[in-house]
Design a binder for this molecule. Structure first.
Ligand SMILES: Nc1ncnc2c1ncn2[C@@H]1O[C@H](COP(=O)(O)OP(=O)(O)OP(=O)(O)O)[C@@H](O)[C@H]1O
Length: 374
């Protein structure tokens, strides 16, 4: 699906006017503080249920307001603009957040839905902004988030198993914290926990397999000296040559001492190594950037192979990537028929990005939160 209509109410500084986008490429430019990132953030809100910039909803609702709303019109997206022009939309999605009552309301095609996953599965949104490089430089949580986004879109039931596993982990942690452990009770929680952990891990392992296939085929196209020694492995969160139950039994005392769960899906990671050493310690900043972009494209390939269109939000990448990297990214995303929103301060130069084939695109100037098509 592609997001072809967007309308917001009380979202940062954005104007409430409805905007029509291309299901293919959208280029947004405007001065610092004009509202470019806020447009991407609003699109991200529909696909992720939250801001990709800040954790507090309060920061996003317009100053002096209590409730923000984002509406989106989705189109199957693959055919250039025809259904948009004819006004037919495949789905209408909406999210409202009242910051005083802390209530979120979700709608799909006019019907209220309870789970965010019902909304999110219609609009796979992938963000590439300056924070994306934390996938390599940051902790395992960033890489789990990266992998789980794809797992969710490959296997939508993953979201509910993940939530159940979080609940059981937190119950288990409460028992571990008390210090006095009833063995029979712990056995019940351990058996629930390991069952959910194994389901999660199976889904992650399968998506990681699809991801590495896509990633390796991309590496085959890149001429870089570091390609040979690079290795990506999935770590499940425990030594998977043993069952998780055996690992828990063997480490009960250690977990009790620490007061929380030390083994399982909450410790999972993607381990990136070059010649056996962590990439974060050996790769230059530029090499890390190339690697992250390839990983993001590979995710797009996984979803594209499943017939899903990803909406890529590229925020201010000019500041981080040189023109060669930008062109590689733009070209690949175009070949994958992803929808792209790309922001820049200066008017963009599409001929630098798409040197072989110039795609159809829409160009918008952003000023004081208002988009004007050029
Ligand atoms: N909650 C809010 N309510 C109203 N305005 C806000 C709110 N939060 C931020 N703003 C303002 O919205 C404007 C848009 O910010 P945004 O980050 O989207 O700009 P930008 O065009 O991406 O800028 P830059 O090029 O500097 O990254 C800013 O002027 C900011 O001060």
């Amino acid at each position: 699906m592609a997001l072809v209509k967007l309308q917001t109410e009380h979202f940062r500084n954005l104007s409430p006017a409805s905007v029509t986008f291309s299901p293919s490429i959208n280029l947004l430019f405007g001065e610092n503080g004009s509202g470019k990132t806020s447009v991407l953030e609003a699109i991200g809100y529909l696909g992720l249920g939250r801001s990709f910039r800040v954790s507090r909803h309060q920061a996003v609702v317009s100053h002096g307001q209590q409730k923000l709303t984002v509406f989106g019109g989705l189109d199957s997206g693959m055919a250039e603009d025809t259904s948009v022009q004819s006004g037919q939309l495949s789905h209408r999605v909406g999210i409202s957040r009242d910051v005083s009552s802390k209530e979120t309301t979700l709608r799909v095609d006019g019907e209220a839905v309870r789970n965010l996953s019902s909304l999110a599965q219609h609009l796979p949104v992938s963000v590439i902004d300056p924070g994306v490089f934390d996938i390599i430089a940051g902790g395992p949580g960033k890489r789990r988030q990266f992998l789980d986004w794809a797992v969710f879109h490959v296997e939508p039931s993953f979201a509910s198993v993940w939530q159940q596993c979080q609940r059981v982990t937190s119950q288990r942690n409460q028992i571990l914290r008390t210090g006095r452990i009833d063995d029979a009770l712990m056995k019940v929680w351990d058996s629930q926990y390991t069952e959910l952990a194994e389901r999660l891990t199976k889904a992650r392992t399968e998506t990681f397999r699809l991801f590495t296939n896509a990633f390796n085929s991309l590496l085959g196209e890149i001429e870089a000296p570091w390609v040979e020694g690079l290795k990506l492995d999935f770590y499940a969160g425990w030594d998977s040559s043993q069952s998780l139950m055996d690992v828990l039994k063997a480490h009960r005392e250690q977990e009790q001492k620490m007061g929380h769960t030390l083994y399982g899906p909450n410790r999972a990671d993607i381990r990136l190594r070059f010649q056996g050493r962590p990439v974060s310690e050996t790769f230059s900043r530029g090499q890390q950037k190339t690697l992250v972009i390839l990983m993001k494209i590979a995710q797009g390939m996984v979803l594209s192979d499943l017939g899903k269109q990803v909406t890529f939000l590229l925020d201010d990448i000019n500041a981080e990537l040189d023109v060669g990297h930008r062109a590689m990214l733009a070209q690949k995303l175009y070949e994958l028929r992803c929808q792209v929103f790309l922001t820049s301060i200066e008017p963009p130069r599409p001929e630098e990005l798409w040197q072989n084939t110039m795609p159809e695109y829409r160009l918008f100037h952003v000023e004081h939160g208002k988009l004007t098509e050029e």
